[in-house]
Write a protein that binds this ligand. Sequence first.
Ligand code: AMP
Length: 271
Amino acid sequence: MRLILLGPPGSGKGTQAQRLVHRYGIVQLSTGEMLRAAVAAQTPIGLKAKDIMAGGGLVPDDIVVGIISDRLDEPDMVKGFILDGFPRTVPQAQALDDLLKKKHIKLDAVIELRVNESALLARVETRVAEMIARGEEVRVDDTPEVLSKRLASYRSLTEPLIHYYSERRKLLTVDGMMTIEHVTREIHRILAAIGAMDAKSVKKARGEAPTRVVKAGRPVKKTAKRAGKAGKPVPKRAKKSGRTTGPGSKAKAIEGSKKFAKKPPKKRAKA
Ligand code: AMP
């Protein structure tokens, strides 16, 4: 699964990205985090970015595109990723398109967290209070003055990306004003709806057990298949519980409905 999370500062991108990472084992690529690490380590990139970040400005495109390009080449990217805070401008989005094309990577979706701007300041204040309570160092750009600058930059430079990805049929918008839990659930729902998750992930997100594993640990499909091949009836245990993979079974309802239910009766009789 390869995603972009889009939303203004304080919209909950970081929190939702963490939850997606936890659920699907994908990697979070936060340019803000990477840049803060570079500033802390006083690398050449960090030294260039430090003052820009402290003032709420945007670090030059070539720097952030370079960071992302290098990161996409790392082996853990095969698991999938979620981009948080990148791209932030249309030129960055175009650069990302080029990078993905060159690296033969397909983007599944762009999730926009839509929030009411008046709530953002309160959210950032809460974030600061929580960081202080945890004894963590507060971000230098989490002040009301810098936040309003970051918001203005989001409106003028990042918001056009909503149109950019909508035109490319990649945009999925979620109401970011709901509770954290509801936003997470809605994200899972829309990802399942567009087929961005594999069947296993859909079930995991719904809290369902994997279909093919039965009590005794034997895969249902195999049991039914074997019995069918040998011309024997399906074992009673499987019949009773409805755990077969044929028409009318629970398994069918979850993952095989099209495959079985839509078969014309004529064909089935032939087979
Ligand atoms: P964030 O943690 O995403 O809020 O980012 C913190 C700061 O890092 C931003 O205010 C920018 O100064 C810088 N930054 C992060 N991502 C980017 C980006 N994609 N392009 C330019 N600057 C960025």
